[in-house]
Every structure is written in C-alpha cells, then in structure tokens.
Ligand binder design. Sequence first.
Ligand code: NAD
Ligand code: UDP
Length: 340
Amino acid sequence: MTEKILVTGGAGFIGSHTTLALLEVGLEVVVLDNLSNSSDIALRRVEDICGKSLTFIEGDIRNSQILDDLFNEHRISAVLHFAGLKAVGQSVRMPLNYYDNNVVGSISLFNAMARAGVFNLVFSSSATVYGEPTQMPISEDFPTGIPTNPYGRSKLMVEDVLRDLSLSDPRWSVGLLRYFNPVGAHESGIIGEDPNGIPNNLLPYVSQVAIGKLKHLSVFGNDYPTPDGTGVRDYIHVQDLADGHLCALQKILQTNGVNIWNLGTGIGYSVLEIIRAFEEASGRAVPYQVVERRSGDIAQCWAAPEKATRELGWSAKRNLLDMMTDTWRWQLGNPQGYGH
Ligand code: NAD
Ligand code: UDP
C-alpha cells in the first residue's frame, strides 16, 4: 500500500493550497473535512489544477470511528492538521464550540494517530500564541504570551498538549507552524479564500470593497505607535505557506520531538499600506473610514523567519504585489467564492 498524507481541514483556505502542493510533488493525499467552513468544490478544483486525484472523506475529527476506519483503510505516514475554527470574535461568543472543535478535536485526532501508530504531525498554530510581544521581530524562542481570546488560547493549549505528548513518548515528531497573516490565492485564480458572510480579516474585506460587495473598509484605529498609526502585520502568501508545509513535512519525517517554526516574511505592512497596494494591483478604489481600535488587537507583529530558513531551507518568495494581485484575480473570477 502506498504511503499517504492525511490532511485534516484540507478543503479550507490553507489546507486546499497545501493539498495542491502535496499532489504536485507526487504525494498521495487523504483529506478529512466536515465542510463546516468550506466547500468540496475547492477540492475538485485542486484536482483540476494538477490533474491528479485525492481521497476525500467528509467527517469530523471528533469522530473516533471515522478516524479509526480512515487509518485502517489508508497507510498514513504523516498528518497535516489544519481542521479547526478560526474566527476570533466568534470564539468569544461561542467558547465551548471553539474548545470542543480545536482542543477536543485535536486530542481525538492524536489519540487515533497513536492507536494507528502514526506519530508524524504538522500542526497549524498561529503567531497569536506570542500574545503581545514587547520586541520585534518575533523569534520562536520568545515566550508564549497570553492570547486575548478563546481561539488563541485553544491554539496554545494544543501546542502544550503536543509538548507533553512528545515528552511522554519519543516516537512523536511534531512541527508547530506559527503562521503570521496568511493571504493571497493560487496564481491560477481558481482556488482562494472564501469567508462565510462578512469577512473578519483585512484582505478579504478589502477585496470585497474593491469589487463593490461592501461599501467601505473600517480601519481599526490610526493611533497605534506605528509609522502611520495603523496596525502592522506580516502578511504571507498562502502559496509560500503551502511550500513551508512541504519543507516542514520533510523535516519531521527525519527528526523527533517538537520543533517550532515561524512562517512569515519578516516584513510588516500597515493597514494603509495594504489599502494602497491593493488599489494599485486592482485598479479599483478602496474607500475607508478610520474607526475605534478593535478590542484585542495588537499594534504590530512580524516574524523573524530565519529559523525556518536555516532548518527547513524555506523562505517566502512572493512579495506584497503578488499577494494583492493573486487575491484580486481570485476575487474577480469568483465574486461569490465557491458559491455556497
Ligand atoms: P479554514 O476555515 O478555511 O479551514 C479549516 C477547515 O477545517 C475548514 O475546511 C473546515 O470545514 C474544517 N474543519 C473545522 N472544524 C473541523 C472538524 N471538527 N472536523 C473536520 N474538519 C473541520 O481556515 P484556514 O484559514 O485554512 O486555517 C487552517 C488552520 O490554520 C486553522 O487551524 C487555523 O486556526 C490556522 N490558522 C489560520 C490563520 C489564518 O489567518 N487563516 C492564521 C493562523 C493559523
Ligand atoms: N483591520 C482593519 N479593518 C478590518 C480588518 C482588519 O483595520 O476590517 C486591521 C486590524 O486591526 C489589524 C490588521 O488589519 O491591524 C490585520 O487584521 P486581521 O483581522 O486580518 O488579522 P489579525 O492580525 O488581527 O489576526
């Protein structure tokens, strides 16, 4: 039986781009996704782009039976674990949902992996685990902070579970990938980010304003201690993230223990810089109003990505214009996303 990679949450934004990258290098992929925040159309499009097929199982990571059946039926060599809920505001309103999906769901997955003798895992963590760092750029040896919301805390909890698990059993090899701000879309414009309802994140909001679905952007605060007063973030192209997963996968197959890698570009851009870059890439105006700061937001956040370069041979290749151009191409070609 050929060895395969299990991708949980593979129908989602980052999971679909990474699934494509896995297929493109000749790996076989099984996707497990409950489609709670995605569409299986994304997976069909992934297959169309690369001309290869994948196995899709619609199901929940909290369902042990589905997991046991999956591991029995497929010889899995490693798991890329994207499945989870990610909306910060919603996590404040529905904490139990978030802890159940993200923490209980992850534990259910790790238990099933252990039962099946699969110990190689790459986990989608987030820069949010650093809390509010006092220094920039952020390197992996910075202490984790206190995330300001249940979503962030759920990521930190899963990181802690994995650290304890690896101490208890040396067979585990875990890559914790702390993403900065994933944006962009595949350069074909055929797959991309398809948020439910009104977007929470900056880039999807900006692109829906540019296409006329939303009237104007609210800029959350212009009195931060940053060069133009608006929040600064490290935006990273989703294709670069996908490549980072391939490199991390290779690495964890050769090592043991828990390894942490920041996936960012190392460059911070302000909200106003993003607006200007998007206007340039799209040729459309992005009207905005400055409003109050959004609660829980930090002033600035960007990565020191050198550890990933040193240890994985990975670095982000796409620049701000690529991120904006690819987001716009996806938005123009798919004004209703995947149409669900
Ligand atoms: P996404 O919502 O597009 O993808 C997550 C996928 O997981 C969806 O397809 C959803 O249907 C699926 N899913 C959710 N709960 C599930 C469950 N219980 N069982 C099976 N499938 C389930 O999100 P994304 O942006 O692709 O993020 C992927 C991962 O990366 C998430 O864990 C997220 O927290 C993390 N992350 C994302 C960002 C970001 O800004 N996008 C930043 C840092 C970390
Ligand atoms: N932001 C904004 N208006 C929006 C959404 C976001 O001004 O409608 C700002 C936000 O305050 C932050 C940056 O854009 O400075 C990135 O926010 P996003 O929600 O995309 O990611 P975060 O870094 O908060 O996870």
